[in-house]
Design a protein around this ligand. Structure first.
Ligand code: FMN
Length: 204
């Protein structure tokens, strides 16, 4: 059955592509591992580079955070088939190239194929698209995948959570992803009534 309630029964595909912000994908894997959620990881070749440039992790250490790992060129891997049932997929971070491939079903690698399968099976697909600024073509690609059923969730922080560190900023985006999959977490401080009262006192 899809969309199971118990967190430990959930299965998610995690794709890491070569946009800056590999740490978002790594943090998501860390949190899901701690929660006991089964993860199926696929990493693009450019993402292997960003992991090394931007973080203190080796690619093998990132792979070790996942329950299962698939080679990007293995387009026959389990996650390439709709008969392999999962609760959904997250591409985090998602480059414009990977966004474009997903928008056009250009299934040249296992990450894009798995995303295409997620859409055709009407499962949840979250794309943490990272690029700025954006031209009209980028916006049109996002619009196209939204029409196909994906959720665009850019790594854009909120300041009402009162972030104190880069970790807080990263956790905010990861928390938004978890919320979308119905996974409870304490990764950021939710907006509360007290904060609302402050605004009311200001009369705004
Ligand atoms: C350090 C670094 C940062 C990058 N950041 C971005 C980015 O934020 N967004 C993006 O779309 N591409 C970014 N790129 C370019 C992608 O890595 C490149 O387009 C690559 O071909 C994407 O392939 P993939 O989608 O298969 O991972 C970056 C490249 C490097 C080396």
């Amino acid at each position: 059955m899809e969309g199971k309630g118990d967190i430990k029964e959930k299965k998610l595909i995690v794709g890491i592509s070569g946009a800056t912000g590999a740490i978002y994908g790594i943090r998501l894997l860390e949190v899901l591992k701690e929660m006991g959620v089964e993860t199926h990881l696929v990493i693009t070749k450019p993402a292997e580079r960003t992991i090394l440039y931007e973080t203190d992790y080796t690619v093998d250490e990132v792979i070790a955070l996942a329950t299962y790992h698939y080679d990007i060129d293995n387009t026959g891997g389990a996650i390439a088939s709709g008969s392999f049932v999962v609760d959904g997929m997250v591409v985090i971070p998602c480059s414009i190239k990977t966004l474009s491939a997903i928008a056009h079903s250009y299934n040249e690698n296992l990450l894009v194929r798995a995303a295409d399968v997620t859409l055709k099976e009407r499962r949840k697909l979250v794309l943490v698209v990272r690029e700025t600024p954006l031209h009209r073509g980028h916006l049109e690609l996002m619009s196209k995948v939204v029409d196909l059923g994906a959720l665009i969730l850019p790594p854009v922080t909120a300041f009402y959570t009162l972030p104190k560190s880069l970790d807080d900023v990263i956790n905010h985006t990861v928390g938004k992803v978890l919320t979308f999959f119905g996974i409870p977490h304490g990764l950021f401080r939710a907006w509360d009534r007290r904060q609302g009262e402050v605004i009311k006192e200001l009369g705004r």
